[in-house]
Write a protein that binds this ligand. Sequence first.
Ligand code: HEM
Length: 188
Amino acid sequence: MNVSNASMSGRRTSYSATSKWLHWIVAIIVIGMIPAGIIMSKLPKGPEKLMIFGYHTEFGVLVLLLVIWRFLTRLGHGTPAPVATLSAFERIASTSATHLLYLLLLAMPLIGWLAVSALGGHIEFFGLFQLPALMPKNPAVGKILLAAHKIGGISILVLVSAHILAALYHGLVKHDGVFSRMWPGGEA
Ligand code: HEM
């Protein structure tokens, strides 16, 4: 069943194709970023740590750009109306979780970039160019920013896990159209 109250609100019933693709690309990168970040933080200094650090920072900055793009697409195309069968609790929970996830996905790369700048490190963007430092070197502030980045990482892990469980519940148990309207090729 795929019931929507879009007809009442005049809003679209599904996400735009761009929003769907951006959602899945960001999802895949972020799901890889979390274990990469944890492994990297546990490794001793050396070539492996440096290699993962390079990928982690480059893909992290890519997430920032893709999330800004997704946000602009959202502003331009709007979002579909909530599926009509959702309870008030489900609507409030999903809207709050989505907004919090957006906030974290913007904050995490920026905090990481600030931390690396404060620690005096450099960030390459896929060998194309070097990103400018966001702040002058200040190792004490860098350590605080890294701690904030770690707390953000734990929060994102919790939120992404809840998000995946909720999506699976809608897609596999409720079959209410919540999952399919975000799936590329799903309801348009
Ligand atoms: C969505 C984007 C990002 C996510 C989800 C993410 C996630 C994480 C996680 C989970 C950790 C491990 C924290 C710990 O256990 O100590 C970490 C560490 C780290 N991240 Fe990120 N990160 C992101 C973007 C970035 C960016 C853009 C940069 C820099 C430009 C960055 C720089 C770092 C650094 C320097 C560490 C610490 C490495 C160490 O302790 O040796 N991160 N990140």
